[in-house]
Structure formats: C-alpha cells, structure tokens
Design a protein around this ligand. Structure first.
Ligand SMILES: Nc1ncnc2c1ncn2[C@@H]1O[C@H](COP(=O)(O)OP(=O)(O)OP(=O)(O)O)[C@@H](O)[C@H]1O
Length: 455
C-alpha cells in the first residue's frame, strides 16, 4: 500500500450508534489533544473504547462484541470514523448487525446464518459494499486476540474440543469492518491505517500483575511498527491450540503432533525475534530520551525479555532456535498433556521492567512511580513511531490519566503530547486537572451518554 507519512494520525469525525451508553453521538474535531470530562459513569471510557475499535483486536476493555451493544437499542451497534491514516484520509467503520447479535446469544452457527439485512449499517459510512453475512473463517490477521497469548483459555478451549471456535475468535464473531465502504475479512487490516495505544486504570497493575498483561502490552506496541506481527502471533496460537487439542484427545501419533510443533517453532521464533527487535529499538529511544532529559517526570526504564526462545536467540541462529524449540515440544508432550497446556514457548515470556534512576524492579515502585514508568514507555514508543514514520504519531487513548500524577507530571505529560503532535484523547472527572492545556486542547463534556464541546 502506498503510504503518506505527511500527517499525524488522527480522527476527524467519530459517529456512534447504539454503542454502550450512546444511542447516537457525533464528534467532529481537530488533530490536537482532546480532553473529555464527565462524572463517573457518564460514558468517557466508552468513548475511548469506541476509538480503540479502529485498531485490530477487541478494543481496550477486551470484552465480547455483544457486550458493546447498547441495552435498549435495536441489538446492533456501529462505530464510524473519518480518519487521517497511514493511507491518507479514510472512512473506517466497524460494528455488529442487530441480527448477528441475536444469533450470537443463541446456539446458531453464526458464520453460516444469513443476515436479513435488518439493523443499522455497521460503519455507517457508506453503502457501497453491503455485507449480508459476516466473513466466513476470518483471516489469520483478523481473528482473535493473539496479544498476550492467552494460553490458559486456549488450553480450556482445546479440552472442550473448542479449537475451531478459538480459530474463529468468538469475542469478535460477527464483527464487520469496512474501509471506505468496502467490507474486510477481519480487523487485522486496521493496523495498516491507524496506530492506537492506550493507557487505562486497568493497567495500573501492569508491573505487578500476570505476565500475560505485559506480553499483551508489548505485543500492541510491536504491532504499530510490525503490521504482520499479529498474523504470525495468530498462527502460533492456532498451531498451539491444535497441539493442545491433540494432546487432550490422547493422540500420540508423531506425524500429527510434529506438524503443528513445526509451525509453532517457526512462528514462535519469529514472534520472539520481533519482540527482541522491538525491545532493542525501545531501549535505544529510551536512551536518547534519557540523554535529552535525565530528570524527566517520566523516568527512564531498563527492560529485558525473559523467555526460553528469547534466550536461545541470544546464542543461536533463528534456524537453530527453531530446531531446539521443536525438539523441546517433542520431548515435553507427556508433561504438557498432563498439564493440559503447552508450558514452553513465547506465550510464557515476560517483559521485565526496572525503574532506571532507582535501579529498582518496577513492581516494587509506588503506584505513581509505576504510572510514570508506564507513561515513559508509551511516550518513548510514540516518539519512536513518529521518528520512523516521518511525523505520524500514534493516537493515544489515556483514560483517567491525571489520577496518580502530580501537577508537575501532568504538565510534563501535556508538553510531551503537544511536542509529539499526537492526537491524545484524555479523560478525567475534574476539568481543573487539565488546566495547563487550556487553549491548547479541545474540551468535551460527557453526560449520560451525550457528548458536547465544552467551553
Ligand atoms: N451495553 C451497554 N448499554 C447501555 N449502557 C451501558 C452499556 N455498557 C455500559 N453502559 C453504561 O455506561 C456507563 C459507563 O460508562 P463509562 O465506563 O464510559 O463511564 P466513565 O465516564 O468512564 O466512568 P468512570 O469515571 O467511573 O470511569 C455506565 O452507566 C453503564 O451502565
């Protein structure tokens, strides 16, 4: 695809129909920072969640799509945007048809049930290419949520004989994605248009919680500069699901198992290599930021990947690492069968982060320090992308961002965002916390599922 890097990435218009608390909303704005203020439960996070659906995957809350449908609506929802993307100005639409949601709540095989065409037009941007049935068998890059390698749930699916369902990405089943009115086979294609990174209160425990959260965080950062990454990660997950299913079914036939293990070895090493490359690029930009501002409000961090494949890639060629991983998988079949999951692989790696100036593991830092570290990583990543893409800063979704940040850190954050030229969507309950942005951002007031410009 021919890309134009001349503009930052930004959403010019966002229209919501029957999305969570919004019956209908229309936001037309500029490329600068956006501040959304409202009471608890007014719909601020819902708006960010809608924006997050303009990138691949399940969105920032990672809930099944049927949860996004407004209760009391017609049973479907639509998110439509006019955005300035890596491919120029583009209409992006996504959603679920009313009929799709009804069939999701039953036992119907959604993917073969034809839609009657009722319900709103997901995407709502154009009707040039109506889709009456969701895409059969979503493409690898469109399916599921490979980020974070949810091995536990895959193992569960495998045990239930639900591998096929896992391939179909139940959470996104029935999702329709349109680019300039043309139906797409999955949400993976959105990576070619917008790069969106978010920080939410749920990520406050990123450094103390399970490794899967850190993998998911890292994987989303990688997706921004390696658009094929999701496809590879998805292939790994599907091969692992198939192996787990064979093990659960008591299969001991080497030819069946080794076929999937070979795919796991190839894609698993590719995933680990992409992560190592991303971590090295991040370390470089963090180093640059440290030199530029050693006393930054967002302290520099050191980080490394901990994982068996990552380790072997430090001393072996990619081909040797693949052979070693394939051999490990072959030797650990009985152990994995007993554990009902695959215990070795990139789905078990971890990102270890340390507070640079303090030389302290991030998990031992205070809540505010952890937030500052996380923001430091996100800002470094945004700077890296901006550098690589001639000014195309990613869109930032920063939910409840002023919580845990003192006035100096808030001011520093706003300055960085303005310097990056990123369209950052920030939410908060207190407008005063964004005082330093007065005249430099657009302010919105949200109330009971309605949004309006605020003076
Ligand atoms: N599917 C749905 N249909 C209708 N309303 C919904 C749906 N899902 C969530 N809501 C409503 O959306 C509201 C929550 O919105 P949101 O999470 O965006 O609030 P918020 O402004 O971010 O609040 P806080 O400041 O507490 O984080 C709740 O009132 C909830 O009942």
């Amino acid at each position: 695809m021919g890309r134009e890097y001349s503009n930052a990435l930004w959403v010019e218009r966002l229209q919501l129909t029957n999305f969570r608390s919004y019956a209908a909303a229309n936001v037309a704005t500029d490329a600068g920072p956006q501040v959304i203020v409202g009471a608890n439960g007014s719909g601020k996070t819902n708006l960010l969640e809608a924006l997050s659906l303009l990138s691949p995957g399940q969105g920032l809350r990672r809930v099944p799509f049927s949860d996004l449908v407004r209760s009391g609506g017609d049973g479907g929802f639509a998110v439509a945007a006019r955005a300035h993307t890596l491919a120029g100005a583009t209409d992006i639409g996504t959603g679920l048809r009313a009929t799709t949601v009804r069939s999701l709540s039953g036992d119907d095989d959604l993917l073969s049930s034809p839609s009657t065409g009722r319900g709103q037009d997901p995407g709502g941007v154009s009707d040039r290419s109506r889709v009456d049935t969701p895409a059969p068998n979503p493409s690898p890059q469109g399916g599921g949520e490979p980020f974070g390698f949810s091995d536990e749930s895959l193992a569960r699916n495998a045990q239930r004989g639900g591998g096929r369902a896992a391939e179909r990405a139940p959470s996104e089943r029935g999702r329709i994605v349109r680019i300039d009115g043309t139906a797409q086979s999955g949400s993976g294609v959105l990576a070619d248009y917008l790069e969106i990174v978010w920080v939410t209160p749920a990520m406050d425990g990123l450094f103390t919680g399970p490794g899967s959260e850190r993998r998911r965080f890292l994987d989303r950062l990688i997706l921004c500069f390696d658009h094929g990454y999701r496809t590879i990660a998805g292939r790994f997950e599907r091969a692992m699901t198939s192996r787990n299913r064979l093990l659960a079914d008591g299969v001991r036939d080497d030819s069946q198992l080794s076929g999937f293990e070979r795919v796991m070895a190839e894609t698993g090493v590719a995933v680990a290599a992409a992560r190592l490359e991303a971590v090295a690029a991040m370390a470089q930009i963090v180093g640059k930021r440290r030199e530029r501002d050693p006393n930054s409000a967002f302290p520099w961090s050191s980080f490394r990947l901990e994982g068996s494949i990552e380790d072997s890639l430090q001393r072996l060629s990619a081909v040797e690492a693949e052979d070693l991983y394939a051999q490990t998988l072959r030797q650990t079949r009985e152990r994995d069968r007993a554990a009902s999951r695959t215990l070795d692989g990139p789905h078990r790696s971890d990102l270890i982060v340390e507070h640079g100036p303090k030389g302290l593991a991030a998990r031992h830092c205070s809540t505010g320090e952890q937030k500052a570290l996380l923001l430091g990583l996100v800002l470094a990543h945004a700077e890296l992308l901006t550098e690589r893409q001639e000014g195309a800063a990613p869109i930032l979704l920063l939910d409840e961002i002023t919580a845990h940040l003192d006035a100096d850190r808030r001011a520093a954050l706003f300055d960085e965002i303005l310097h990056l030229g990123a369209q950052a969507w920030m939410t908060g309950t207190d407008k005063n916390a964004f005082e330093a942005l007065a005249g430099r951002a657009r302010f919105w007031a949200v109330q009971e599922g309605k949004i309006a410009v605020s003076e």
